[in-house]
Ligand binder design. Sequence first.
Ligand code: HMG
Ligand code: MG
Length: 308
Amino acid sequence: MADLPMTVTEDRLPARVTIYEVGPRDGLQNEAELVPVEVKEELVRRLLAAGLPIVEATSFVHPRWVPQLADAEDLMSRLGEVGRDLPVLVPNERGLDRALELGCRHVAIFGSATETFAQKNLNRSLDEQFAMFEPVVRRAREAGLDVRAYVSMCFGDPWEGAVPIAQVVEVGRRLLDLGASQLSLGDTIGVGTAGHVTALVDAFGDAGTPVDALALHFHDTYGQALANVHAGLRCGITTYDASAGGLGGCPYAKSATGNLATEDLVWMLTGLGIEHGVDLTALLETSTWLAGHLGRPSPSAVVRALSG
Ligand code: HMG
Ligand code: MG
């Protein structure tokens, strides 16, 4: 049984949050060595068994662009009915067709707040990305699917530097206007800090986006992810993306490193008395098991502390 922090609550924070686990997708997509599909299947099943309410399973992107996830069909077939409720990334209609073929009920598109990253990640201009996403969202909605939208580079871009808040809000609102039900604001390279999070969430609020339509997606490159979650909690955000063991990164974003580790997030939420439904012991065992397969220890501070 993992140690747990003492619980001391803080006023005006949400009573409950949803952890959106991205380990099998964001966590693994950057792994150079191919992870066997059996390991991926077990990872997804173990994460669900640990109480993670949402586990993003894989991506239906071009296999040449992300070879690690070329086994998306195989993985989803193995997961069967369980897999149909797990979100998967789809960049375009071809990706959506693949997801529909397997009966997926939740898909996620992923846009960029900057011109350079739209080119590098999607081979499209900033404007062209919307034309690519429009039929995906329309057809997904017509088929009764739920659509999440990501925006990357919300807090800074390795090629363009600072990204104006107004630009992020414009891109995010255009994605929501296409028909996405949730917008996940991505700090792809982990450069955001707490005041920036508050300013961005407030700017979406000023533009009329309800706080419950937003999720936050932090990478922990500069060790700011938990402080940024805390800023998000104070703004009333109740969905946070995280990756078991802190794996992750985007192969098309220079300097992108691991996501916020789910264990680190669980530890902080537990300390704050915020309900999350995750069994830290089971999660820790899963990350330790996965680290064995990947051949290196987890970068998560909580995993390291509890494994000692
Ligand atoms: P493209 O080369 O412009 O594609 O790539 P295209 O539309 O010109 O098509 C070229 C060929 O690819 C065609 O085949 C298509 O059928 C095929 P051909 O006719 O030549 O034989 N094709 C596909 N095949 C399988 N699945 C597909 C697919 N699409 C086209 N879905 C494309 C455009 C979007 C496909 C490409 O740029 C791509 O796959 N990009 C994905 C990059 C990626 O996965 N990045 C990581 C995820 S984003 C992320 O990690 C950030 C996030 O975590 C948030 C954050 O941290 O900020 C979400
Ligand atoms: Mg990411």
